[in-house]
Design a protein. Structure first.
Length: 420
């Protein structure tokens, strides 16, 4: 058996801990060697998952110690990714970089260039690729059962409370501190379009807006915070008091120790943190709905719809022999989660999705487990990634979609500014 692949974690928040826990669950396959985070309880939580894990209270301290692992998982916040990724490449690491790779397309391209120059691999946290569901979709496309793929349609319902938690009150509410919604949330979907279509985008057009989460839609008399006694609380979908009840799991990502916390601790958090604010009175600027349409270089046309006001993902791939359809609505309706419709005879054929394990199907539909399981293949061995930033095509599509949206839908190609 080969030596374990060693892994260091930079940023031991929600994502860093998730990757570390899954890596530790693989026993001897992976070895955790270092953990860095300014918050002691977070780095110690990761350190406790391995033996002799070196801990650091900052990224600078980690990099100053030299190369401590084969792979560095970078799970700090969006605006930090570029600096941390470039430092990791110079230090000698292959990298699993959380998406988005950087806050601008130019910076994503710079990471790609430097990784190629230094011969290093950078995989992105595009966990959907590694889910049983999308792995099966990819397999069906490559099997030729659809014939030639002509067009692809994807849809993502973020879910209203998730939108409010992350993109109205939370970390990704403003493109200034992170990235535009189509990058922050839909870079997964943009990646899927290029990955499943097997081509880069040649021309892109996009529309979208922040229509609902703005002051003029606030209920009459709603105060700045839900904890200030809102007259509309009883019927409000977004009442922050739901964090004490059915929405409590969202607090895990933003409040250390929330699982064991007393109600009064949580109430104090809601009185003082961004997560207690009225969703109609926040400093958010990212969209709550956006559509993109594009033509890939091989002629496939593709569309993606993102909306706060639905829940779950759908995909439809239209080929010359059959159409493949699947996702949340089919499953919710009690139908097969993935199925084919054959054009020749109209036959409907359910497609079996292989699950790695009951446990492994949990985080991101099994993608968190799947990507960690794939580390060996991605970073060493005959099928390892080539040097560079894997997934750049999807990021390019997402950033250019945002450029088009800002230019009210004008078509943009990778080599052009918006055409007038
Ligand atoms: N792949 C996905 O599907 C997915 C899902 C959610 C989030 N993300 C991305 O993952 C990243 C992390 O998200 P999260 O929810 O874990 O955020 P988080 O805030 O929980 O974690 C970030 C951690 O980085 C630490 N940190 C800050 N500065 C640091 C420094 N200089 N050195 C070391 N650590 C530092 C913070 O203390 C925090 O613990 C974000 O970029 C986010 O966009 C990806």
């Amino acid at each position: 058996m080969s030596a374990p692949l060693s892994i260091a974690i930079l940023g031991c928040g929600s994502r860093g801990r998730t990757y570390a826990k899954i890596a530790a669950s693989f026993g001897d396959r992976y070895e955790l060697t270092a953990a860095a985070d300014p918050v002691a309880v977070r780095r110690e939580t990761v350190a406790a998952l391995g033996e002799d894990v070196a801990v650091f209270d900052s990224a600078d301290a980690l990099f100053a110690a030299g190369k401590l692992a084969d792979v560095l998982v970078i799970a700090t916040q969006d605006a930090q990714h570029f600096g941390h990724a470039m430092a990791a490449l110079e230090t000698g690491y292959d990298v699993l970089l959380e998406k988005p790779a950087a806050e601008s397309l130019e910076r994503c391209e710079a990471i790609d260039r430097r990784a190629r120059e230094l011969g290093r691999r950078v995989a992105l946290g595009f966990v959907l690729r590694y889910t049983p569901f999308y792995s099966t979709v990819k397999e069906v496309v490559e099997s030729g059962r659809l014939g030639r793929v002509i067009s692809i349609r994807t849809h993502e319902g973020v879910e209203p409370y998730h939108q409010a938690h992350s993109f109205v009150r939370g970390h990704w509410r403003s493109a200034k501190g992170s990235t535009p919604m189509i990058v922050a949330k839909c870079s997964h979907d943009a990646d899927l379009l290029c990955w499943l279509g097997d081509a880069v985008a040649a021309s892109i057009s996009s529309y979208g807006d922040r229509t609902w989460f703005r002051a003029e839609n606030a209920p009459a008399g709603a105060p700045a915070r839900c904890t200030d006694g809102c007259p509309a609380a009883k019927d409000c979908l977004y009442d922050a008091h739901r964090y004490l009840g059915d929405k409590r799991r969202w607090l895990r990502m933003v409040l250390d120790g929330s699982e064991e916390a007393e109600d009064e601790t949580i109430l104090e958090f809601l009185r003082t943190s961004p997560w207690g604010r009225c969703v109609y009175r926040c400093d958010n600027d990212v969209v709550d709905h956006q559509v993109l349409a594009c033509e890939l270089e091989n002629g496939i046309t593709a569309t993606h719809t993102m909306t706060a006001f639905d829940c779950g993902r759908t995909i439809e791939i239209y080929g010359t022999k059959a159409a493949l359809k699947g996702g949340t609505p089919y499953e919710e309706a009690g139908a097969s989660e993935l199925w084919l419709r054959h054009h020749l005879d109209g036959r409907i054929e359910p497609v079996e999705i292989l699950k790695p394990s009951d446990d492994g199907y949990a985080g991101h539909g099994g993608g968190d487990y799947g990507i960690v399981d794939a580390f060996d293949r991605l970073f060493r061995g005959p099928d390892a990634l080539p040097p560079g930033l894997d997934g750049l095509a999807g990021h390019r599509l997402a950033f250019l979609a945002e450029a088009s949206r800002v230019a009210t839908g004008r078509a943009i190609s990778p080599d052009s500014t918006p055409a007038s």
